[in-house]
Write a protein that binds this ligand. Structure first.
Ligand SMILES: CC(C)(COP(=O)(O)OP(=O)(O)OC[C@H]1O[C@@H](n2cnc3c(N)ncnc32)[C@H](O)[C@@H]1OP(=O)(O)O)[C@@H](O)C(=O)NCCC(=O)NCCS
Length: 303
């Protein structure tokens, strides 16, 4: 994505942000660098000037399958414009799966009017907390032998390596209770992707935190995205290496992220873990930081 398109999208998402909407500026930046493992979309659509909505579309391999659509339509868009935007998507991709916030009722009803229904399958919870009073965070002490700090500028390789260990597909399969075959490929995260993340206008090294073990290796990380306009910080992504889980490291790191973010002016924090019971650990991590559900991001389909 070129710089002008990215800044138009960041402006569009940030201008009308509410904790109930699907995207935060951090999600937009993270996806633009393909940090989320996505490939480049086959098609993109945009609405409004200044931008009020956009969609990325991944077309299916065969006509029998559905396209995957990542859609953002700004809160407050008139009903007719919502319907027109959905029609534009259906013109290029007649059968579609799209994730929507159930709390953006106007988008849900525009989809239902066009024959969409909620689909089964994984969904995401949007968890939120205020940063007014952070005294509860004192309970989340850094485990013995570890320290939490911002990443150093000369540590890109190590930073990428800890991300890759945390998000190793075989490890994620284990956490999902899926069979591990040994044929799994490694994480797609790379130095190039991390440099792309660092090149986005909303990346801040002071919210790129790592946990260092006694032997100097990096064993956990968390990336925070601050939106100064709404005073909100998003965690995306977070990880603890399999060798160091269950010791309170991720919680201590996220607690530090919240303190740093508040020092930078944030007043609220959000994160979007899986909401369904197939992948419960991240939700438990964040709920232990007093973050609570304010929205459900669920798949809708017309297939
Ligand atoms: C999710 C993840 C970051 C947790 O890291 P962690 O350092 O083990 O987390 P903490 O030790 O701070 O524990 C947080 C909570 O999760 C629980 N937990 C951690 N690992 C668990 C496991 N394997 N099974 C069940 N609960 C687990 C802890 O008990 C704790 O909950 P509790 O205090 O209510 O009992 C780590 O498992 C990970 O990197 N997973 C892969 C990447 C990922 O899913 N990241 C989060 C995406 S939003």
């Amino acid at each position: 994505m070129n710089t002008a398109d990215l800044s138009a999208r960041l402006g569009c998402v940030g201008r009308t942000w509410t904790p109930q909407q699907r995207l935060h500026v951090g999600n937009v930046a993270w996806a633009s660098a393909q940090g989320d493992g996505s490939t480049a979309p086959d098609l993109s659509l945009e609405w409004g000037d200044p931008l009020r909505g956009f969609a990325d579309i991944w077309l299916p391999e065969s006509a029998a399958e559905q396209a995957t659509v990542a859609l953002h339509l700004a809160p407050g868009m008139p009903t007719r414009q919502l319907a027109n935007a959905i029609n534009d998507v259906l013109e290029v991709a007649p059968r579609v799966t799209v994730e929507v916030s159930l709390q953006q009722a106007e988008i849900v009803s525009a989809l239902v009017d066009q024959g969409f229904r909620q689909a089964d399958g994984p969904w995401f919870a949007q968890l939120w907390r205020s940063l007014d009073d952070l005294t509860d965070l004192q309970a989340h002490r850094v485990p013995d032998g570890c320290s939490i700090r911002r990443v150093h500028p000369d540590e890109v390789t190590e930073r990428v390596e800890v991300h890759r260990r945390c998000w190793d597909p075989a490890r994620i399969k284990q956490m999902l209770n899926l069979p591990v075959t040994g044929d799994e490929r490694g994480s797609s995260y790379s130095v190039d992707k991390h440099l792309a993340v660092m090149g986005t206008p909303v990346y801040r090294a002071d919210l790129d935190l790592v946990a260092e073990a006694a032997d100097g290796s990096l064993v956990a990380f968390g990336l925070g995205w601050l939106d100064p306009q709404s005073g909100s910080v998003l965690f995306e992504p977070v990880g603890t290496a399999p060798t160091h889980t269950g010791r309170g490291l991720a919680r201590a790191l996220c607690a530090e992220m919240l303190r740093v973010a508040r020092g930078l002016g944030a007043t609220q924090a959000v994160v979007g873990p899986r909401g369904d019971s197939a992948y419960p650990v991240p939700r438990r991590l964040y709920e232990g930081l007093r973050m609570h559900e304010v929205a459900q991001i669920v798949p809708f389909t017309n297939g």
